[in-house]
Write a protein that binds this ligand. Sequence first.
Ligand code: G3P
Ligand code: CA
Length: 242
Amino acid sequence: MTQIFAHRGYSALFAENTMGAFIEAEKAGADGLELDVQLTKDGEIVVIHDEKVDRTTTGKGFVKDFLYKEIRKFNANKNGLKKEAIPSLAEVLEWLKTNKLICNIELKNGLIPYEGMEEKVIKLVRKYGLSDRIIISSFNHYSIVQSYRLAPEIETAPLFIEGIYMPWIYSQAIRAKGIHPKHSSMSDNIFINTMQNGIAVRPYTVNKDADMHRFFNINCTAFITDDPVKALRIRKQYEKRP
Ligand code: G3P
Ligand code: CA
């Protein structure tokens, strides 16, 4: 059955990439989470989508220019009632030990080439003993290869915006066990062929009913959605099928 990954947590209803959004995704019954990581000035891995804190928090400026203790003062739930700090990856992994969720960590090192990001993330994943429940993804495919070299036991998955020719061949070449394509970038046939070649397919960001039906119908490995509750409701129709 197609797994449901909550994009930046249950971000349709809760502030993206916050502990609140992750906890609500788990409570809702999602199979996994997707989250984004950047590095602070002092090298702490923090969970935030943009290179700057401006859009999602009460602060202003680049993540890379703040110390961890400084960035923690900003509110990442600025439209909500309760203040939420930008989570550290360590905080999320600590919490993941209390449940069974799969966690897709997206390395946001396409614009800023954070030195040592792969090593830092892998060190933390190993420290918490979560290697078998983590998928490392990135639009930076050099980083995907680097992650595989450092930690062949952790699954990797390149992200794609555009379709590519025979993605299973490319995945095998870079030793990735999955691909995370934009949902509209490739046809059903390409996705089915990729899975038949042993490569997991987890498209993003699947929010419309029709698109969810599309991926349940082809028995896609998983999809990444802002609304895990809607996805779970639609999946029920498929679970009843013989
Ligand atoms: O991991 C899938 C998706 O999150 C990639 O795009 O911009 O939402 O991080 P973005
Ligand atoms: Ca992401």
